[in-house]
Design a protein around this ligand. Structure first.
Ligand code: SAH
Length: 563
């Protein structure tokens, strides 16, 4: 719950916007600010104070205890210009809240916590439970002291600048070990606990069995990702309550799916009761992994619960990210977030240069020169299969004449794939030219390196006959100079010489240039590989210097040739 406190009319107005946007997450504290802050501090996880930072600091000072337990506090100024993360930046969630509040109110987030300020991910914000010397190890990272990662299994972590060896360590482990004095333990959600229970099995018995199994196997309860059982037990109160108390989801499978899983300890009792010879082991093993604790029964007599524990491997993550046509503000926030999320970045060197400032310290950058597309795709997939978080980047949209298809042609279903769309060249150029894509349009690459020219020409002819607006990608290079004139000649068989043609070079980049000409007037020598060429349909017009294709054309207005 987020407590909202304000003292002035302007503050109250901003407060009400927040309350309206997040009705279930917020509670408004009325009355004098001092009392309101005290009450909210006691009752809420986080506070947003529409007060001066000075006033807020004075009110909070006597209330502050421990940063692990205190609520995070964000201040918003009277003008609504800044959302300041004041205390509890990481643990209290104030940094994140400052970003959220700023986005909602159109304010600027102000975050001063050191790890965020220099682009390092805080160890407590890696998305995994962290135990031990979080502050000391974070400080060591910030000060550039060597911190080593000891990962017992691969996990797709965000980037952290780990060293080979160091006096400080971050240990990724699901084992029930204690952190050393200069050590942080990260708990990956790697354990799946399969459970079975007779009707009416008490939660104490189910939970007790799970905790005992973990303890005896030396495993940390904080690494339990989920409980798994058979569909028929999806509402068994003891199992449901055990999942709730552990704070993990309960996943259930049909009996016939579980029956198909081969297990070391099948038995007749569950076969008769629910239709599978194994519930606990089969449910735990269902998504693959290593059986760490074979089926065991609770100690009660008669035993009403069974459990088994499996360690599942981390799944690598491949983000295929379009960077847009060039301008930074045409790179989407989602693309920027994925660039920060990845610990391995794969791309063409000139695209890496474009976003180098967005990459966090600790990111491994695998850049290569022109060509070598297949190899880049293979590298990205191979890194993801090792369990890393990988971003494969491309200009414009990464799926348009770019890396997404060779990469996904390589990828198997043992990795997660996330696609981030980007503004492709045709759209960037369209916005520069006016509204050339207002009706049906197609993109055609004139590169015959991978496609026979006959195929390309057939597609150009089809577009010409169908009167579709055409954008040519890869239109002309030093070694490929006859294709564009040939394609324009094919279009000229079906369109007037005066048909508008837009030529945009380096759309949205500092040296952007654009020309609006005609089919007859286009000089191919002005076109190169940094260019797209958009040819209008028979209804496209040059209106006040802008290329406009009508939304729909009324037949009687179409020119002679199109009737
Ligand atoms: N994935 C990219 C296209 C890669 S093919 C995208 O979605 O935009 C490369 C071709 O795209 C270039 O030869 C050029 O024709 C075109 N192109 C890419 N960026 C461009 C830009 N900023 N301005 C003009 N054309 C561009």
């Amino acid at each position: 719950m987020i407590g909202l406190i304000s003292a002035t009319a302007a503050g109250a107005a901003a407060r009400d916007r927040l309350a309206a946007a997040w009705p279930d997450r917020t509670r408004v504290y009325e009355g004098p600010a001092g009392e309101a802050v005290r009450a909210a501090f006691a009752e809420c996880d986080r506070l947003v104070c529409f007060l001066a930072t000075g006033a807020t600091v004075r009110l909070l000072a006597p209330l502050l205890g421990d940063k692990a337990t205190d609520p995070g506090v964000v201040c918003v100024d009277e003008g609504g210009r800044f959302a300041v993360s004041l205390v509890g930046g990481h643990g209290g969630g104030a940094n994140e809240l400052a970003y959220e509040v700023a986005a909602l109110l159109g304010a600027e987030p102000v975050v001063t916590t050191a790890t965020d300020a220099v682009g390092l991910a805080g160890l407590d914000t890696l998305g995994l439970p962290a135990e031990g010397a979080v502050a000391a190890v974070s400080r060591a990272l910030l000060d550039g002291e060597p911190v080593a990662l000891e990962a017992e299994s691969a996990w797709p972590l965000p980037p952290v600048p780990f060293a080979e060896q160091g006096a400080y360590t971050v240990r990724l482990t699901d084992q029930a070990v204690q952190p050393g004095p200069r050590e942080v333990l990260l708990r990956p959600p790697s354990l799946v606990v399969g459970v079975g229970a007779s009707r009416g099995a008490p939660v104490e018995e189910v939970l007790g069995l799970i905790e005992e199994a973990l303890r005896e196997a030396g495993l940390s309860v904080r690494s339990v990702a989920e409980l798994a059982t058979v569909d028929a037990k999806s509402e068994e109160p003891g199992i449901v309550a055990a999942a709730e108390r552990l704070g993990v989801p309960l996943v259930t499978y049909p009996a016939d799916e579980l029956a198909a899983v081969s297990v070391p300890n099948p038995s007749d009792a569950p076969l008769a009761a629910v239709g599978t010879p194994s519930v606990a082991e089969a449910a735990a093993l269902r998504t693959g992994g290593e059986l760490l604790v074979p089926k065991r029964k609770s100690a009660a007599s008669p035993a009403m619960a069974t459990c088994a524990v499996v360690r599942r491997p981390g799944r690598g993550r491949l983000a295929v990210v379009g960077l847009g046509p060039g301008a930074r503000d045409l790179l989407t926030p989602r693309a920027a977030a994925e660039l920060r999320r990845a610990s391995v970045l794969v791309g063409l060197d000139q695209y890496v240069d474009q976003i180098r400032d967005l990459i966090r310290p600790g990111t491994r950058v695998l850049e290569s020169g022109l060509g070598a597309e297949e190899e880049r795709a293979r590298t990205a997939v191979a890194e993801a299969r090792k369990g890393h978080a990988v971003a494969l980047i491309g200009s414009g949209d990464a799926g348009v004449y770019a890396m997404a298809s060779p990469a996904l042609a390589e990828a198997s279903d043992d990795i997660d794939v996330v696609g981030v769309p980007g503004v492709t060249a045709a759209l960037a150029a369209g916005a520069v030219l006016g509204a050339p894509l207002g009706h049906d349009h197609v993109s055609i690459s004139l590169s015959d390196l991978h496609t026979p020219w006959e195929v390309i020409e057939r597609r150009v002819r089809a577009a010409a006959e169908a009167d579709i607006v055409v954008t040519f990608y890869n239109p002309r290079s030093r070694g490929r100079d006859w294709q564009l004139p040939k394609a324009l000649a094919v279009l000229s068989d079906h369109r007037e010489p005066g048909t508008p043609v837009g030529v945009v070079r380096n759309a949205s980049r500092p040296d952007e240039s654009a020309r609006l000409t005609t089919l007859a007037g286009l000089d191919p020598a002005t076109v190169d590989m940094m260019t797209v060429v958009t040819v209008g349909n028979t209804a496209t017009r040059n209106i006040a210097g802008r290329m406009v294709t009508p939304r729909g054309y009324r037949w009687q207005h179409a020119p002679e040739g199109a009737r």
